[in-house]
Design a protein. Structure first.
Length: 399
């Protein structure tokens, strides 16, 4: 019996991607702005030092994480109380396997439901900046691994984290890579004081953060003045006490071709459903009576994230996970792994992700890496290629 290796591996380095948005929303009815001061109370000190990316603070396998999960599709139901992460690189690899090798939607015994979701959620490469990704699939006997390595070196000046399987003729390899950066033209201020992050269960954890105090930055020629025009408020709702209840912002309104959206909004059953609800909120917001200029925002505070995690999709792995497609019988899913490296801090966002799939008779580990709601998409596109719900502090940076 042969094996099929399925790996979405490598690293999704989302350095400052969309972070969970902890930004006070902007204006509202009389007295509304003043009430936000109690919503996020922190003092931001001026920092004249050059921006230095936040070092990774969480490394390891998903087996070591108790409060975080990476999901294969963004329509997968979100586990309650956990951070939930999805990235399109896994889908890119799956789609290439279907299109370029099997020439049909992959059908896997004992994994029909997850395969059906992956087949239904084919990702349009038009929703990705053309220079940010690479995907390919084929038989190793036809030189697919060499092609992947050559293209990665030519386009991204790096070697892919894939198995050394060049000499294994009966191996199918599918690879997907995503590399995106969204630097903030004006870095935000570092918050010298700990931010008490409250998770789904009500527990509080002190974490590091960044942001800006707009009451001190709204005066022209002050250090933080440019930040007043860097943020765009996309959605904002106040409660009956005129305090921020839910909100969404774009921390870099002029970024192109990619956009980061930070949103503190109610969670739906899935990341996809949450995104659709947020889309409607953002479309409706400009027509609301409390929509005010973006510089009317009082304070912004966002937790730092910097993590590097490897995740095994055990529901796709095992000798019993046989391909049922005609001509591919006997191949089984040996590994389904995703690796993600993610960072969000005062300097911006960076995302790097790679995925690898293989069908063979020899086992091999594949790493697929990927890291509140955080959504990253092509600015003129519709469907995000990265989504995350930060439900607890497991992946947040400590002060």
């Amino acid at each position: 019996m042969k094996r099929i290796w399925f790996v979405t591996g490598g690293a999704i380095a989302v350095m400052l991607l969309v972070v969970l948005l902890f930004v006070p929303l902007l204006g509202g009815p009389p007295g509304y702005r003043r009430s936000i001061w109690q919503f996020l109370q922190f003092q931001l000190q001026r920092s004249d030092t050059a921006y230095v990316p936040t070092p990774v603070t969480v490394y390891g396998s998903s087996a070591e994480l108790r409060q975080s999960a990476i999901v294969p599709t963004w329509e997968t139901e979100m586990p309650k109380g956990k951070n939930v992460i999805w990235c399109a690189s896994f889908q890119l690899a799956w789609d290439r396997l279907a299109k370029d090798v099997i020439h049909a939607p992959p059908d896997i015994l004992h994994a029909e439901k997850i395969a059906e979701r992956l087949n239904r959620n084919t990702y349009s490469e038009n929703d990705l900046p053309s220079d940010s990704y690479f995907a390919a699939a084929g038989w190793c006997r036809d030189g697919i691994v060499k092609k992947i390595r050559q293209e990665m070196e030519r386009r991204f000046h790096r070697q892919p984290a894939i198995a050394e399987i060049d000499d294994l003729a009966n191996v199918i390899a599918a690879y997907g890579y995503l590399d995106v950066g969204i630097p903030f033209p004006v870095p935000y201020f570092a918050n010298p004081a700990p931010l008490a992050f409250k998770d789904d269960a009500g527990g509080k954890t002190n974490v590091g953060s960044f942001g800006v105090n707009f009451s001190h930055a709204s005066v022209e020629n002050t250090p933080g003045y440019p930040l007043c025009h860097q943020i765009r408020v996309l959605h904002c709702v106040a409660d009956d006490r005129m305090q921020a209840k839910e909100f969404a912002i774009d921390p870099c309104r002029e970024s192109s071709p990619n956009q980061v959206i930070l949103a503190r909004v109610p969670a739906e059953a899935t990341l996809q459903a949450t995104w659709k609800g947020l889309e409607k909120r953002m479309a409706d917001y400009p027509r609301q009576s409390n929509a005010q200029p973006d510089f009317e925002l009082d304070r912004l505070l966002v937790p730092n994230l910097a993590w590097d995690v490897t995740y095994h999709f055990t529901e796709l792995e095992g000798r019993d996970k046989l391909l049922k497609n005609k001509g591919f019988e006997g191949l089984w899913m040996s590994h389904a792994i995703q690796g993600i490296r993610f960072r969000l801090d005062r300097g911006g966002v960076a995302l790097r992700s790679e995925s690898f799939l293989a069908a063979a008779c020899i086992p091999r580990d594949f790493i697929f890496d990927r890291p509140f709601f955080i959504f990253v998409r092509k600015r003129d596109g519709g469907v995000p290629y990265f989504a995350m719900r930060v439900a607890n502090a497991e992946l947040l940076c400590r002060p």
